[in-house]
Design a protein around this ligand. Structure first.
Ligand code: ZN
Length: 56
């Protein structure tokens, strides 16, 4: 049986606009093989911006 948490990886999300790194999140390595690029609210830009995954 697969161990719990095996496919999870801690990543930080970095705003592509201001380079502000927001709090670490988890991604599922099995479901998300490629680098994450998601639209998220950036408190620095004070709007939704593209965030890229960043290794911790
Ligand atoms: Zn930003």
């Amino acid at each position: 049986m697969a161990k719990k948490g095996e496919n999870r990886e801690a990543v930080a999300l970095q705003c592509t606009v201001c380079k502000n790194v927001i709090r670490p999140t988890e991604k599922n390595k099995k479901n998300t093989v490629e680098k994450l690029t998601i639209s998220k609210y950036c408190p620095k830009c004070r709007k939704h911006t593209e965030h890229k995954e960043k290794k911790i």
